[in-house]
Design a protein around this ligand. Structure first.
Ligand SMILES: Cc1ncc(COP(=O)(O)O)c(C=O)c1O
Length: 405
C-alpha cells in the first residue's frame, strides 16, 4: 500500500496564483504567447547596485550567517524604518528588533507561529493574500475572514474587526497596500484598527511589502511601526521582493518592539539556521537605491494601472475599480465561473497566437461562493502588453460560450 501524506498535506490548498501554471506551460508548448497577469512578478529591472553587490561578493567560504540576520543589514534596516516617520513620541526601531527572514513569506510564518497555538485563529480581511491561510493551515491555525467589498473600496473598519474577534482569535493579519485589492489603509484607519487589536489583546500583523507602491503622490503608505500605542501588539512583515523587484533574492524581515515575540521568533530562526548570506549583502546595497529611481518605477506602475483599468472597463460586462496601491486589482467578469474561464483561455482560446492568464479569485476568499465571477489581475507588464491583453480578453469574452453579457 502506498504511504499517505498527513491530513494537513492532503488538505493544503494549491495557490490560486500558481495552480493554473500547467495549463499555461501547455499553451506555451503549443507555441502560444501568454500574458501573465496572474502573478506579481514585476518586470522592472532590479537596482543595478544590488546586482553589482552580487558580483562583488568575495567571501572565500559561503558560511552560515547569524540566525537573526547580519548586523550591518539589521542596522541599515533600522535606520530605514526610522526614516519612515519623524514621530519622536515613539522610540526608534533598534537593530535588535529586526529579524531577517527568507522573504516576507518566512516572516509571515514566524509571525503566525509566534502568536498562535494549534486550534487558535487568525483574522484576515477577504479577499486576502491566499498564503495567509496557507501558512496558518500548515501551523494548525484556523482562518476567520471579514468580508470587504469593492463597493466600499475594500476598506476594513475598526468596527468590523471588533465584531469579528472571537475567543480563539490571536492575531489580525492585513496587507496594506493590499494584495489582491490594492486598498491602502490611511494612518487613522491603521491606528483605529490597531487600537481595537490592542484593547482586545490580539496582535496586529501588518504586511507592508508594497509600502512604496502608492499612486496618490504621498510617496509611501503609512507604517504600523509609527502608530502610537501599538508598540506591544504590532508586528511588521516586510520584503525586498517587490520594493527592489528582487523576488528571487528571498530576503524579508520581521520587526517587533515586543521582546517576548522577538525571542520566540529568534528560536524559530535558529531552527532554520540562517537567512541567505549573499542575498543580505545585496539587499544591504539595495537600501541605498536613490529615491528618484523608485519614483520613476512608481510612475511607471501608475501608467500601467491606468492603462489596465481603462482597458478592462471598456470591455462589455467587465467591472474594475482603480486601486490606490500595490499592483493588483480585482476584476469582475461576465462569466459564472472565473476559474473555468481562465482554464478555457489557456486551453482553448487564442487571438493570433496570444492568450492571457489571470488568477481565479475564489481562492482569495474564505467564504464559499465569493469571488466566483472574479479574477485578480497584476499590472506588472509594460503598457502595450497590458493593452494587448485587454484586446485578447475582449475577443475571448465575445467568443466564450458561457459569457453572460
Ligand atoms: C501581500 C504579500 N505578502 C507577502 C508576500 C511574500 O513575498 P516574499 O516571500 O517574496 O517576500 C507577497 C508576495 O507576493 C505578497 O503579495
Amino acid at each position: 500500500m502506498a504511504l499517505e501524506p498527513s491530513q494537513r498535506g492532503k488538505n493544503a490548498q494549491a495557490s490560486p496564483i500558481r495552480r493554473l501554471s500547467p495549463y499555461a506551460d501547455a499553451a506555451k508548448a503549443r507555441g502560444l504567447r501568454v500574458f501573465h497577469l496572474n502573478i506579481g512578478q514585476p518586470d522592472i529591472p532590479t537596482p543595478p547596485r544590488m546586482l553589482e553587490a552580487y558580483r562583488h561578493f568575495d567571501d572565500k567560504v559561503l558560511a552560515y550567517g547569524a540566525s537573526e540576520g547580519s548586523l550591518p543589514y539589521r542596522t541599515a534596516l533600522a535606520k530605514y524604518y526610522n526614516g519612515l516617520s519623524a514621530l519622536s513620541a515613539i522610540a526608534p526601531v533598534l537593530p535588535s528588533q529586526v529579524l531577517v527572514t527568507v522573504g516576507g513569506s518566512e516572516a509571515l510564518q514566524f509571525a503566525i507561529a509566534a502568536t498562535c497555538d494549534i486550534g487558535d485563529e487568525i483574522l484576515v480581511a477577504e479577499p486576502y493574500y491566499p498564503n495567509y491561510k496557507g501558512f496558518a493551515q500548515i501551523l494548525g491555525v484556523a482562518t476567520r475572514a471579514i468580508t470587504t467589498s469593492a463597493a466600499d473600496g475594500f476598506a476594513l473598519t475598526a468596527e468590523q474587526v471588533r465584531a469579528a474577534i472571537g475567543p480563539k482569535t490571536r492575531a489580525l493579519i492585513i496587507s496594506s497596500p493590499g494584495n489582491p485589492t490594492g486598498a491602502v489603509m490611511n494612518a487613522a484607519n491603521l491606528r483605529e484598527v490597531g487600537e481595537v487589536c490592542r484593547s482586545a489583546g490580539i496582535f496586529f500583523v501588518c504586511d507592508e511589502v508594497y509600502r512604496d507602491f502608492v499612486y496618490d503622490g504621498s510617496g509611501r503608505a503609512p507604517s504600523v511601526l509609527w502608530q502610537p500605542g501599538l508598540e506591544d501588539c504590532a508586528i511588521l512583515v516586510d520584503s525586498v521582493s517587490k520594493r527592489y523587484s528582487a523576488c528571487g533574492a528571498r530576503v524579508g524581515c520581521l520587526v517587533t518592539r515586543n521582546p517576548a515575540i522577538y525571542a520566540a521568533v529568534l528560536k524559530f530562526a535558529q531552527t532554520r539556521l540562517s537567512p541567505p548570506v549573499i542575498d543580505q549583502f545585496a539587499a544591504l546595497a539595495a537600501l541605498d537605491t536613490p529615491q528618484a529611481e523608485t519614483d520613476a518605477h512608481i510612475a511607471d506602475y501608475k501608467r500601467r494601472r491606468d492603462a489596465l483599468v481603462a482597458g478592462l472597463c471598456a470591455i462589455p460586462g467587465v467591472r474594475a475599480q482603480t486601486p490606490a496601491g500595490a499592483f493588483y486589482l480585482m476584476v469582475e467578469l461576465p462569466v459564472p465561473d472565473a476559474e473555468k474561464f481562465c482554464i478555457w483561455l489557456l486551453e482553448q482560446f487564442q487571438l493570433d497566437g496570444e492568450t492571457v492568464m489571470f488568477a481565479p479569485a475564489d481562492g482569495f476568499y474564505a467564504t464559499p461562493g465569493l469571488g466566483k465571477n472574479q479574477v485578480r489581475a497584476a499590472y506588472v507588464l509594460e503598457v502595450p502588453k497590458l493593452q494587448r491583453a485587454c484586446q485578447v480578453l475582449t475577443a475571448a469574452l465575445a467568443q466564450y460560450p458561457d459569457c453572460l453579457h
